[in-house]
Design a protein around this ligand. Sequence first.
Ligand SMILES: [Zn+2]
Length: 484
Amino acid sequence: MNYNSFLNRDYKSLLDTPGPVKHPGFSSIHVLILIVSLGVISSLLIFMSADASANKNGALQAHTSNVETALEDTSRITLPLSIPQDINPADNPVPVFNDSDDKNGTSDQVKSYIQNEDDPQWLTVKVKAGDALASIFKRHKLKPRELHDIMSLGKDTACLKNLRPGEVFRFQIDENQHLQKLVYEINPLKILHIQRQEQGFAAAIQVRKIEKRTNYAIGQINSSLFEAGKEAGLSDTLIMKMVNIFGWDIDFALDIRKGDQFALIYEEQFLNGRKINDGAILAAEFVNQGRTYRALRFTDAGNHSDYYTPEGLSMRKAFLRTPVDFRRISSRFGKRHHPVLNKMRLHKGVDYAARSGTPIKASGDGKVIFRGKKGGYGRTVIIQHGGRYSTLYAHMSRFKKGVFAGKRVKQGQIIGYVGRSGRATGSHLHYEFRVNGVHRNPLTIRLPNAAPIKKQYRSSFARTANALLAQLDMHKQTRLAMHQ
Ligand SMILES: [Zn+2]
């Protein structure tokens, strides 16, 4: 789900959220007491959650971990004692709270690469700005011949051509100044080992696994969602993920009230015992103005993850409410005075004023049935969604490359850009929504839900859902008990 999808409704961005309403008599002493008590409670709860998490390994589904993001804000980490052969989070779900799952599949050949690393013959070198491996070799009086041999090893050593300042090399050099071994951390998940063999050098790449652990957060909104999230220990990313999950049902710009509550179970990614990133939200509950919404993540055999209600209905709608990040609605559905034709007529869609060039997204999965110029509509795309629905996007400045009639598109996929082609007074998107060929108001029509859990996954989903819901309830009850 994309970051902005909660904005894709008929309201503005989170930035427009009314400022925090200060509760009279909510003094700083109260705040202090609240913070201190939350701290005590949360440390107790963390202690208790370790047991719970260990017990429900089997019930949890595997989820794709985002390795790319995992790499972004990671600092260097020392070598583990064993080497996993391969990493593919999809195939090898890492059990929660299991410290020793990397022991299998490590060949003796690879093991030999990482023995005896505490040997005094090891030289550690940090890459400086402008360094290449050649300059490092030269500086430390290593042999150009050996460098040549290493660089000739093929694709495994291609990574050595692009060094970045701060990266670390470890060289094992014997008494004759011959290189025996080289260790280079390509990224926190991939380490290159080069070892001298009887004839020349051999390279091997060690791949580390990210360990997933689960954590939870419970919070209550006093002033703003973001403050409550921070208080509950959530990162902005996790808060946005929660907003995206519930954004189809709750208008986070307008509907949030003091006293609203949330509870989450989410994953954290660890590498060698150190947290490197937040992972997916596994279960979430949001109580908005007394109404409870619950969402559970489920990953199917095709490794596609989505959120469902406890009953297995999709949390998503089949259509985005708004296919563009707009500045304002410049014309609504219904009768109006046409500014260009200068007469009353039915406006069969909604106009969203937006800067020229703003991306336009397909509001639902479907097939492009028209792409081209269409009289007063200018550059237009029409998408057919199943048998009943179609959507139209007009006045584009240009089409997205690769979008043409017959092409299948996904919800949220960019199909073109806002413009003022055809009969338009200013740059805007004219958007139409048709059900069985009849124009309907896209702002008010009740949108159908996206597809529910598939039949073949129902029992598997039920097991996952029950386990997660039980955990959510346990955390909430524990918290409640602490307050009494
Ligand atoms: Zn219009």
